[in-house]
Design a binder for this molecule. Structure first.
Ligand code: ADP
Ligand code: ZN
Ligand code: ZN
Length: 728
């Protein structure tokens, strides 16, 4: 059912017998309460536990063929059970949004024209003095699969006359085309673009090729610039040659246009791209193209893990450590973990690629559940960057930059190189305050400060999006001595201009890239070397290649060194290594300068001394000692309510219920208020369940979930179970 309901519902077959067989995976229109709803047929049963006289009938079958295959359904059912989510929610996450409505599938056939066998053999030069006919025939001959009418008109303008004549001569015929078969096949790819693999890449490619045809998980552990993408491309080439489809799951496509471009340039299509920035019908068309088996490659964000792929041969998950592979609301699933499960169901290999593996994946590789493929060297001529800490205690700063960093910057600019400055805080200033009485601009709906956005003359809440005009006077004491504290990327940009007057500065963050296409444009200016200083937030840490950057300044990560989430050190280390990896990717070596007031911090020390691998080994030891993932399994029960205390009260009741379930191996911690207790006007609290054994936790969660659903509803209270939570 297209509704967040936990159960399955029984229906009788349609009243009017149709010649269409009822098979699982079909969409149905069914009466539900007083309305009609779209449902998915999951199974046929001869018996029901309902009163058979009260069963309703299926009203109609919506589609001519099932949208989901038995394997697709098994994955979705498994995901719903594992993540304790209603099956209806899971099913409709897997389908394009429009199909929640009883709308017909988009008929994406387009009218086209094709050569007949006679037309194929006819030399256009023999058509006599009919240049338009000659031109038309030659064009259609170049596209043996057919050419869309729209393309034809684009190329030749109105050509109705010559077309009619050629059809009468039996040389051309009308046809229906799928959008991509109507493209003129691209010219063969130039071989020069294809670097020779280095020995590490060859070993990795070979190990994975050897595993094709069966299930096996791999960690592709390759430093930034080590040629992981090149490995993906070689693998996909082989999979295409074997007549199979590849699924590539990435954290955010919008942020990595380069990956898509490289795939398009190097691989024969069609490539189906799936992400939330596409409009609904584009998305649905691409979905069908994948599901019909036409797309050789599907490149998508986490929900692509559910796309039906009849010829699936390989799954790749890029940047597997990235938290955005986990859905954070509604159906909270991990795109990475489901990719592994899907590979298991489909009987194909899955490759998790990254320069900074998550501790979970490292543990799986370390215990040999996953094959561990390493690319320790940068590919080609590129050298790894050197990272150094810069102690800024008692240092005079200008624009937040120490004099050492500024000198480095001037030197690089003089040498014609590019610089990347990383500051993970957007807006102008994070604090706006009254100097007379100490008032601080806070969000009325959240336990959070408002960020100053000077150019918009507003104070903005980055947690709930509430904003207000910039006050001229203090709301408390009417003083006009209002000041800002701290620095976001906008202020950094403004402060840099006078320090580097002749220099082009480009800022990349959520605010500067709101307009569609703006990110691509800004990245373009950097790639072409037009921008000399590039500054921005963690958007810059995501997979971009800046070959001209030789210096990376990491300005302020100190806060995240002391964050409360047990994953904070892991995230911080990943961020540092990923940002550092943007530098010096071409022939020019890169240097990374990390400004800090805590140079003695163990995380920074181990990262500098032993690199990410050393840091991760130490972090894994700590997790083991603390009985945290991957050495224990977690589920977080979250609750929120507009009433203070209501969430905590609900969780206390939930805890009492759990205690009655007699699952002594599951430990409960809490309830406690969430790290930011009030957000968007709601008070939030959480209760953690922890267990060393996953099956026991799963068993307990299923019972607990049922018991929680049976509780009487409390007005305004919402709760959710998050299995394998990422942020806590
Ligand atoms: P990663 O995905 O690990 O960051 P890429 O695949 O993007 O690395 O490779 C980094 C750069 O090195 C790219 O410009 C790529 O074309 C180049 N490259 C990759 N493999 C080789 C190779 N074997 N020889 C030469 N250059 C290579
Ligand atoms: Zn004041
Ligand atoms: Zn807010």
């Amino acid at each position: 059912m297209a509704a967040p309901l936990a159960g399955l519902f029984d229906y009788l077959p349609p009243a009017i017998p149709s010649d269409q067989a009822l098979v699982p995976g079909l969409r149905l229109l069914v009466p539900f309460g007083r309305a009609r709803r779209v449902g998915i047929l999951l199974a046929l049963a001869a018996r029901t536990e309902q009163d058979p006289t009260r069963l309703k009938r299926i009203e109609s079958i919506l589609d001519a063929r099932p949208l989901l295959s038995p394997v697709d359904l098994r994955l979705i059912e498994w995901a719903a059970a594992y993540y304790q989510q209603p099956i209806g929610e899971a099913l409709f996450t897997a389908l394009p949004a429009r199909l929640r409505q009883p709308s017909p599938l988009l008929d994406d056939r387009v009218p086209g024209v094709q050569v007949t066998p006679a037309g194929q053999n006819r030399d256009p030069a023999n058509l006599g003095r009919a240049p338009r006919q000659r031109e038309l025939l030659a064009l259609v001959q170049a596209a043996p699969a057919g050419l869309a009418m729209s393309t034809l008109r684009q190329r030749l303008g109105d050509c109705g006359g010559p077309l009619r004549t050629l059809r009468e001569k039996g040389l051309l015929t009308l046809c229906q085309l799928t959008p991509d078969s109507s493209l003129i096949p691209p010219p063969p790819l130039p071989e020069t673009n294809r670097p020779n693999l280095n020995p590490d890449q060859m070993l990795a490619v070979q190990a994975i090729l050897d595993a094709l045809g069966g299930f096996r998980s791999f960690l592709l552990d390759g430093v930034t610039g080590s040629g992981k993408t090149e490995v993906y491309i070689r693998l996909i080439e082989s999979v295409i040659a074997a007549g199979r489809q590849t699924l590539v799951v990435v954290p955010e496509i919008g942020l990595t246009p380069q990956l898509r471009e490289r795939f398009t340039q190097r691989l024969p299509g069609p490539i189906a791209v799936l992400h939330s920035a596409l409009n609904a019908s584009e998305r649905e068309r691409n979905w069908h193209q994948a599901a019909r088996g036409e797309a050789t490659l599907v490149l998508g964000t986490r929900s692509a893990v559910f796309v039906p792929l009849p010829r699936l041969g390989l799954i790749l998950v890029d940047e597997e450590h990235d938290p955005s592979l986990k859905q954070q609301d509604g159906f909270r699933y991990s795109g990475r973990d489901l990719a592994v499960r899907r590979a298991q169901l489909a009987g194909c290999p899955v490759v998790l690629g990254t320069a900074t593996p998550s501790l979970e994946t490292l543990h799986n590789a370390g215990t040999e559940r996953y094959g561990w493929l390493r690319l320790p060297q940068r590919a080609g001529a590129a050298r790894p960057p050197t990272i150094s800490l810069l102690d800024i205690r008692n240092q005079p700063l200008q624009a937040g930059l120490s004099s050492v960093l500024r000198e480095h910057m001037h030197a690089e600019i003089a040498a014609g190189n590019q610089i990347l400055l990383f500051l993970n805080r957007r807006g102008y200033a994070p604090v706006f305050t009254c100097h007379s009485c100490g008032w601080v601009g806070g969000c009325p709906h959240c336990d959070a400060r408002l960020t100053l956005h000077l150019h918009l003359k507003r104070l903005w809440c980055h947690h709930c999006d509430w904003s207000q005009p910039l006050p001229n006077r203090c709301p408390d004491c009417r003083s006009d001595d209002l000041r800002m504290l701290g620095r976001g990327t906008q202020r950094l940009e403004d402060d840099l201009r006078p320090l580097f007057p002749e220099t082009t500065i480009t800022r990349i963050d959520r605010d500067s890239t709101r307009r569609k296409g703006e990110l691509d444009r800004l990245l373009g200016t950097v790639q072409r070397g037009e921008a000399q200083i590039l500054l921005g937030t963690q958007m810059l840490a995501k997979g971009h290649d800046f070959p001209g950057v030789t210096l990376v300044g990491i300005l302020d990560l100190d806060q995240s060194l002391y964050a409360s989430d047990f994953r904070a050190p892991e995230r911080t280390a990943q961020l540092i290594v990923q940002v550092a990896g943007r530098a010096g990717r071409a022939e020019r070596p890169g240097r990374v300068v990390l400004q800090t007031r805590h140079p003695e911090h163990p995380l920074l020390q181990s990262l500098l001394r032993d690199g990410y691998a050393g840091f991760a080994a130490a972090a894994l030891d700590e997790r083991r000692a603390a009985e945290l993932p991957p050495f224990a399994h977690l589920a977080l029960l979250r609750a929120e309510s507009p009433q203070a205390e209501a969430a905590l009260a609900f969780l206390r009741e939930a805890r009492a219920l759990a205690t009655g379930l007699e699952q002594p191996s599951v430990q409960l911690l809490g309830p406690v208020p969430a790290p930011m207790e009030r957000r968007a006007g709601r008070y939030r609290a959480q209760l953690l369940a922890q267990c060393a054994e996953r099956p026991r936790l799963q068993q307990m969660l299923a019972q607990w979930n049922t018991a929680l659903r049976a509780l009487p509803r409390v007005k305004g209270l919402r709760w959710s179970l998050d299995v394998d939570p990422q942020d806590m």
